[in-house]
Ligand binder design. Structure first.
Ligand code: Z5A
Ligand code: MG
Length: 208
């Protein structure tokens, strides 16, 4: 049986990376093959350009960097598909939803922002870690990267709410890390229990 494609989304400091790593550990402890992936993947050629932009070392047009973030996902698709088909579950830290939420928060048209990611592999599960901006700021303030400002983060959260659909699973990220982990596990456990027949085929169908 193929692996599950799980995406964790959420605003800054909502605990995505912490929870993704915990989830991989938990899956492995229960005997599942699981791996962590993240977007942007800063190690590839597109990722290096994105990294330089985020660190404010270079300037790029908003449209151009949006397309780079999308390309950074597209270049990973074959590997993600092969990995899932080999039976490994992937826990992915941010996906196209972050891409659209951030670029549209900067003022680009939301529908325009979706287009380059239309047709990416559709995740089986999207978990949204929900944290208010006030709670996020209590986690030590923002860092030094380009988007780490309260005003923009507030807009990003609003854009995420526009993208959210009935299939998203929302977890209250203001709880302790252990409680958040339990909430995510109950969602993932339900998804893992789907039989071979019930597990929908992997499709390049995001936003189609
Ligand atoms: N971006 C984009 O514009 N377009 C795209 O297509 C994509 C991304 C994919 C870099 O992303 C930027 O790229 C990001 C969006 C944009 N811009 N911003 N801002 P990134 O994923 O590399 O960003 P990051 O810095 O790794 O992640 P993050 O969002 O800031 O944090 P997080 O992964 O959600 O949280 P964390 O690192 O797990 O935890 C943050 C802190 O909170 C840390 O000190 C933890 O110990 C603490 N923490 C975690 N959980 C808890 C709980 N439950 N209670 C208390 N404290 C906690
Ligand atoms: Mg992170």
């Amino acid at each position: 049986m193929r692996g599950l494609f799980i995406v964790l989304e959420g605003c800054d400091r909502s605990g995505k990376s912490t929870q993704c790593h915990q989830l991989v550990k938990q899956l492995q402890a229960k005997g599942y093959s699981a791996q962590y992936r993240n977007f942007p993947n800063r190690t590839t050629q597109t990722g290096k350009m994105i990294d330089s932009y985020l660190r404010q070392a270079t300037e790029l047009d908003d449209h151009a960097v949006h397309l780079l973030f999308s390309a950074n996902r597209w270049e990973a698709m074959n590997s993600i598909k092969d990995t899932l088909e080999s039976g490994i579950t992937l826990v992915v830290d941010r996906y196209a939803f972050s891409g659209v939420a951030f670029s549209s928060a900067k003022g680009l048209d939301l529908n325009w922002c979706k287009q380059p990611d239309v047709g990416l592999l559709s995740p089986d599960v999207v978990v949204f870690l929900d944290l208010s901006i006030d709670e996020a700021e209590k986690r030590g303030g923002y860092g030094e990267e380009r988007y780490e400002r309260r005003e923009l983060q507030t807009k990003v959260r609003n854009q995420f709410m526009k993208l959210k659909d009935d299939t998203w699973k929302v977890v209250n990220a203001a709880q302790s890390a252990e409680q958040v982990e339990k909430g995510i596990w109950s969602i993932v456990e339900a998804a893992l229990s789907t039989s071979t027949n019930q597990r929908k085929s992997l499709l390049y169908s995001l936003w189609k």
